[in-house]
Design a protein around this ligand. Sequence first.
Ligand code: ISE
Length: 342
Amino acid sequence: MRNVSSLSVGLIGAGGMGMRHAENLHRHVGAAHVVAAYDLDRGRAEQVAALCGAAVYDEPLRLIQDDRIEAVIIASPDATHAGFVQECLRWGKAVLCEKPLATSAADAARVIEAECALGRRLVSVGLMRRFDPYHVAVQQVAASRTLGRPILYKGVHRNAAIPYDVRGEVIVTNSAGHDIDAVRWLLGQEIAEVYVRGVRSHATFSADTTDLLLLQMTLTGDCLAAIELFVAAEYGYEVSAEIVSERGAVATGQPDNAIIRSAQTRSVAVPDHWLDRFQEAYVAELTQWALSIQSEQPFPGANAWDGYAALLVTDACVESLRSKSPVAVRMPVRPDLYVTSD
Ligand code: ISE
């Protein structure tokens, strides 16, 4: 049953991620419900409307401006994110924007300026690993410092296959934000330098493909990071993180699965998509987002500053990939509005 104080949400973008958010709000999050949906492909918005009893809008800006809509979720193509977020700020609407916050650090910086001018944090960014129980467990051990100073972060991020072209720049912009955010959040350090190289994994891919990237980083606390980002792994979807420290190491477990014994083999299934692997995290993220708006408390996930920081590093990664050399990241001083975010 719908909670009487349930937040009225407008959804912009009803593709795979947007539809999953709509389903999760409808089935699992009492604190919010979808009342309006927009997608360039009207048929997709109609599917959300049919599921949630929402209205279909033909104009995304009208959806944002509508007084009846208290908060907005943006799950449209990456290049549209920053513009819609700016519009939400203009109308004083809380917004959960899927990552990336923008497609360049310059555009994200303008979001930061607008939010600081408003003097209120309205922007949250969908970096769902922060709500994944396996990552949260690692973060808690790392933050406790029981293992001493962290020395090395090892990350794996494999997609079975991605539905877009596989140039290294596109992978960095669309996918590496999760890894960059995981490094910053799990270690509580900033990224000072990046060095990115890429290879083509399959001889059948076109010559300019770089679908396997190795991201190496130096962090401000003298820790190193090495991340494999491979988007054509075929066998399934996997993400993991390990922090090696002075007196031990801590790593993410994997979602519990049945162990299958058959035909002289003992095996565990691997999910084939992030929507399955991170389902629990998406629900927790939406729940915390809705509750934070209702209670006027800061969202415990990624905010606009985190989205901007991820893009500063992303831009440096793209530059490193092109120049084939290490690139320094210059992180500006965090404005007061974001100081209490950790
Ligand atoms: C996708 O947009 C995601 O957010 C997934 O978590 C990530 O693994 C994938 O590489 C991205 O394309």
